[in-house]
Design a binder for this molecule. Structure first.
Ligand SMILES: C[C@H](O)[C@@H](O)[C@@H](O)C(=O)CO
Ligand SMILES: [Mn+2]
Length: 591
């Protein structure tokens, strides 16, 4: 992950009834202690992509009126606050104290304690936000608490954390780049980078580098030589080369294959350097190249042109998307294969909400139970009984996706700071690097192959651009599954057995798009999806609402959906109100 010098902070605004002479004085301690308790919760539960705890900034004083609100605003600006949370146990004066910044996610927690009307301030100020077109999230506990009760109840914690995670994702994207290396891959519309989408919906920049820049740097030696030697040695030791399935007469010679390893290792260093820069390049006389492109996510076109004569990008994409390399365990660098920028953003959303590496995949095949039985003789049972979806793409599936990391004995994908050296070895051990299929990749190279362990809760998502609507988000929570070995081998062999496979089963619901597994694939809006560990659908929905991106498909329970309260004013049907609200408010950074 791009090294970020100054992470955005969460600003906490203790709101108080400004009446001196008794009322305010009686509430100062309670109000400020709410703010401190929330800051402690965020620091304890939430981490930046580098593993450090979230930083919070609390206003210097409680905010009882506009002067203190402005003082707070000035402090937040100086402290690089990117998310704003107001907390209060009492009545206060909405429009005099509210946060009016139109570009940062905001929420208000009104303490449910009836000695003072915290809930009334919450409702009044949310109404003000709605009247002013500044959507805000409302947080209000289910059960009344005693005024001197300093605990944050479970239900309030859950909303505070969901809001903070999604709000921080919005803040982390802002001002960072999507770096396109190359252009449109094989007519994939998602590769046609739409700068207006990045700018107005995500507040992101677009950087473009022709693929020849990678070749230039290889040929001119614009990479850190020492690191290259270390990387090549690590690769030879840890990346097992598989059998060459190409036709005998077409196979690349051993010498060519060794050159391919050298080439793809250099590509990997160079793509990373293009994303985040590398001070070592300045030491060897390449000052401009040492800066990089501030890319929080990138895409490599690869196919075609490049791969028609040069080794493919699969090794680079897979290693960069993983949580480790020759320098050890580290946060992943998000790289979308085929330069599918929309899938790159989908990976980015997942990553910023979980700090875990991402699987990029084609949503390739729906296998009905009948077809599976016909082809393999195995009648799907258990979670597979209604059929399953084959997720597979050459290249940018993280090796963490092999499911070789564990927590309580179960397969998981972890934030990098929880991963052990043994788990890195297991992920590498589970991966075979086959000589690339020369039919697709005429220039050779290698493809990563692994089989995702079943039993992992996962979430598949995808941003699509739809003319007339703009971006929409679709989400499918489900699980990875295991197939009997012979069934896997038979089905996988019908596809591209040198690529990484995840067998996926979505959770079915009564909704039409989730009525059966076939419908999930049939309703998927693109060839690609980004797959994250754990069920993060509700956080994705919260994030999408902050960005005013409507959600066209999801299997999250209605009671889990958390959006700004303004959405309620657009009707009781959750999906329609989402579309109407997003359309009314328009992109967050529409200017
Ligand atoms: C067959 C193509 O070359 C592959 O790249 C294809 O499987 C894709 O991934 C298209 O998204
Ligand atoms: Mn693809």
């Amino acid at each position: 992950m791009l090294k970020i010098n100054k992470y955005p902070k969460i600003g906490i605004r203790p709101i108080i009834d400004g009446r001196l002479g008794g009322v305010r004085e009686s509430l100062e301690e309670k109000t400020m202690s709410m703010a401190k308790a929330v800051a402690e919760l965020f620091k304890k539960e939430l981490k930046y992509p580098d593993g450090k705890p979230y930083e919070c900034v609390i206003a210097d004083s409680c905010i009882g009126g506009v002067k203190e609100a402005v003082n707070c605003e000035e402090k937040f600006k100086a402290e690089n606050v990117g998310v704003s949370l107001s907390v209060t146990p009492c009545w206060a004066y909405g429009t005099e104290t509210m946060d009016l910044d139109p570009h940062i996610p905001k929420a208000i927690w009104g303490f449910n304690g009836t000695e003072r009307p915290g809930g009334v301030y919450l409702a009044a100020t949310l109404a003000a936000h709605n009247q002013k077109g500044l959507p805000a999230f409302g947080i209000y506990g289910k059960d009344v608490q005693d005024l001197n009760d300093g605990d944050i109840t479970e239900d309030v914690q859950e909303k505070l954390l969901s809001f903070a995670r999604a709000g921080m994702a919005v803040a982390l994207m802002k001002g960072k780049s999507y770096l396109a290396i190359g252009s449109v891959s094989m007519g994939i519309a998602g590769s046609a980078v739409d700068p207006d989408f990045f700018q107005t919906f995500l507040g992101m920049r677009n950087e473009y580098v022709d693929s020849t820049e990678v070749l230039r740097r290889i040929e001119k030696g614009i990479y850190a030589k020492e690191e290259y030697e270390k990387a090549l040695a690590w690769t030879k030791k840890n990346c097992r080369e598989g059998e060459d399935y190409n036709e005998e007469e077409k196979q690349r010679s051993r010498e060519q294959k060794d050159e391919d390893w050298e080439f793809v290792v250099k590509m990997t260093l160079i793509i990373r350097d293009l994303m985040e820069g590398n001070p070592k390049l300045k030491e060897i006389g390449f000052g401009e190249e040492s800066f990089g492109h501030e890319a929080i996510v990138s895409g490599f076109q690869g196919q075609r042109q490049w791969t028609d004569f040069l080794p493919n990008g699969d090794f680079s994409e897979a290693i960069l998307n993983s949580s480790f390399d020759w320098n050890g365990i580290r946060s992943p660098y998000l790289v979308a294969t085929e330069n599918d920028a929309l899938n790159g953003v989908s990976m980015l959303f997942n990553y910023l909400l979980t700090n875990t590496a991402q699987i990029f995949a084609d949503v390739r095949t729906y296998w009905s139970p009948e077809a599976v039985e016909r082809v393999t003789g195995w009648k799907p049972e258990g979670r597979a009984e209604n059929g399953f979806i084959h997720l597979i793409n050459s290249g940018s599936a993280t090796l963490d996706g092999s499911g070789r990391q564990t927590r309580d004995g179960k397969p998981v994908m972890k934030p990098h700071w929880e991963i052990t050296e043994e788990e890195v070895e297991d992920c590498l051990e589970a991966t075979t690097w086959y000589p690339a299929s020369l039919g697709y990749f005429r220039g050779g190279g290698y493809s990563s192959n692994f089989l995702t362990k079943g039993g992992m809760p996962v979430t598949m998502c995808r941003i699509n651009l739809v003319k007339g609507i703009g971006p929409t988000l679709q989400i499918a929570e489900g699980w990875s599954i295991d197939l009997p070995e012979n069934a896997h081998n038979t089905l996988d062999a019908r596809t591209d057995r040198t690529w990484p496979t995840t067998w996926f089963v979505p959770r079915l619901t009564d909704d039409v798009a989730f009525s059966d597994v076939y419908s999930v694939m049939n309703n998927w809006g693109s060839n690609h999806a980004a797959i994250s560990y754990s069920h993060i659908g509700k956080d994705l929905i919260t994030l999408a609402s902050m960005l005013r991106i409507p959600v066209c498909m999801h299997n999250v329970a209605p009671g889990e959906i958390f959006r700004p309260t303004a959405w309620n004013s657009f009707g009781m049907d959750k999906e329609g109100s989402d579309y109407r609200a997003c359309q009314t408010y328009g992109p967050l950074y529409k200017g």
